[in-house]
Design a binder for this molecule. Structure first.
Ligand code: BEZ
Length: 210
């Protein structure tokens, strides 16, 4: 099945390192990051899961729950987490799905047969509080994801959800944002009291809303 932006994130129940999880119930009122890893006891994945654990406060600040997926079994995950904690100086305390039957990997199209017939690629889905897919990225097994970028896109998505603004190329937290085309300049001036800088009728900046 292929997944598109705006689709409802498919729900599932799965065995994880934190017990059995119903995905939608796990998310509750939070945003979600669901991300796949090719295999346990592999170097790039070890750094990615460690980095995620170290960013716990950043995800919490943004009301985001994370959930990792790997097609290896639970006992292997539990052993691997010990290594991750040791080598990455962290405490992994988010769930890792033991997706032995590839149920979640198949549901989210995480296996790309021309890359590997058995392992998942590095897919990452960001899910909003409405359970809709807001963004996905797919990296090959050999390239670890940039978690600063993951936090940056969450910030951008949350600004759009809360304030009807978009973010320009290379935007970073605290920089000016763009008024979405659906809002007239007249309405934008009322909506954004910090000011609206009209460069072109379709290109209007405003300071980042709080
Ligand atoms: C890794 O996670 O380190 C990895 C997995 C498959 C291929 C290359 C790297």
């Amino acid at each position: 099945m292929s997944i598109h932006l705006g689709d409802t994130a498919p729900n599932f129940t799965a065995n994880t390192t934190e017990g059995t999880i119903d995905f939608h119930a796990y998310l509750g009122e939070s945003w979600g990051v669901l991300f796949s890893h090719p295999a346990d006891f592999t170097p790039v994945c070890t750094t990615e899961l460690g980095r995620t654990a170290l960013l716990k406060e950043e995800f919490a600040k943004r009301n985001v729950k994370v959930l990792a997926v790997s097609v290896d079994p639970l006992d292997k995950h539990i052993q691997w987490v010990k290594d991750i904690n040791e080598t990455q100086h962290c405490t992994v305390d988010f769930p890792i799905i033991a997706d032995e039957d590839r149920k979640v990997a198949t549901l989210y199209d995480m296996i790309h047969p021309n890359a590997s017939a058995t392992f998942t690629v590095r897919s990452l889905f960001i899910i909003g509080t409405d359970k809709k897919i807001k963004l996905f990225i797919t990296y090959p097994a050999s390239t670890g994801r940039n978690f600063v970028e993951v936090l940056r896109v969450i910030d951008s998505l949350q600004l759009t959800a809360n304030h009807s603004v978009a973010t320009p190329a290379d935007w970073k937290e605290g920089e000016n944002v763009i008024v979405v085309p659906a809002i007239s300049t007249e309405d934008a001036i009322l909506k954004f009291p910090k000011g609206v800088d009209v460069i072109k009728p379709y290109l209007r900046y405003t300071p980042q809303p709080e």
